[in-house]
Design a binder for this molecule. Structure first.
Ligand SMILES: Nc1ncnc2c1ncn2[C@@H]1O[C@H](COP(=O)(O)OP(=O)(O)OP(=O)(O)O)[C@@H](O)[C@H]1O
Ligand SMILES: [Mg+2]
Length: 242
């Protein structure tokens, strides 16, 4: 479970996050929707300790991650899967090495066990015969899948995804969205996704939160948001209503 309370953060003189509070239940998928530059990535990075809040707490599975030392933070990171906005695969490693990397860092599995686990997760994201390919040889959609495989390879009690559909065509966007939901539910991950893809967010979220001007405008189940009367929310959600 994730519990964020009264989180505020100023960056470059601008209050990016202003007294944000929310909860995500264990195994739930919460998607934050909001326009570009509103603070989605900054908020997501707070959930894994890559940013420290000016004020507020971030409690993940009972631990306040804002109070941990660096070595304690590194320890709990293995419970987190993070799908970066830009994919963030290592260009100089092939797909196998990219996905195996967290296993080499955080476990003492032998080569055979690593091979097996990498196969398992690549299979989960429907990738076949790509292990020897370099990231530059993959399409955008395949890179996202490899990024997802790497994010879940350690089991990921918490799965954090930043703009998983950005740069993809509508069909690939739908496919990766459905895949994230399927994988997250299969492994029981508590999941937070940042997106401005209204259509696919409505497809796969258990709950949605709309972020604007550093605050959560509204949070609720997809069907509840559609009937919401807030003018910004209505404007933002227009694509979902058609
Ligand atoms: N390290 C940083 N130092 C200073 N300002 C930053 C830093 N990171 C982000 N910001 C600022 O915080 C604001 C929010 O950025 P953020 O990347 O979270 O937006 P976003 O909602 O993820 O946008 P997008 O949808 O384009 O990814 C922006 O104004 C950005 O310039
Ligand atoms: Mg972002």
């Amino acid at each position: 479970m994730i519990k964020v309370e009264h989180l505020s953060k100023t960056l470059g003189g601008q209050k990016v996050l202003n007294d944000i509070s929310f909860e995500v239940a264990t195994g739930e998928i919460l998607i934050f929707l909001g326009p570009s530059g509103i603070g989605k990535t900054v908020l997501l990075k707070h959930l894994i300790g890559l940013f420290q809040p000016d004020q507020g707490t971030v409690i993940v599975n009972g631990t306040d991650i804002t109070k941990l030392s660096q070595s304690q933070q590194l320890k709990i990171r293995k419970d987190f899967g993070y799908l970066f906005q830009e994919g963030a695969l290592y260009d100089f490693m092939n797909v196998f090495e990219n996905v195996a990397f967290p296993l080499r860092e955080h476990t003492s599995l032998n080569y055979q066990q690593i091979r097996q686990r990498v196969r398992e997760v690549l299979d989960m994201v429907d990738l076949d015969e790509v292990e020897a390919k370099m990231p530059s040889e993959l399409s955008g959609g395949m890179k996202k899948r490899v990024g997802l495989a790497r994010a879940i390879v350690l089991g990921a009690k918490v799965l954090l995804c930043d703009e998983p559909t950005s740069g993809l065509d509508p069909i690939r966007s739908r496919d990766i969205s459905d895949l994230i939901r399927q994988v997250a539910k299969k492994i029981g991950a508590t999941t937070v996704i940042m997106s401005h893809d209204v259509h696919n967010s409505f497809r796969i979220a258990d709950r949605l939160a709309i972020l604007n001007d550093g605050a959560i405008e509204v949070v609720g189940r997809p069907q509840d948001l559609l009937s919401c009367d807030h003018s910004f929310v209505k404007e933002f959600l227009k694509p979902a209503a058609v």
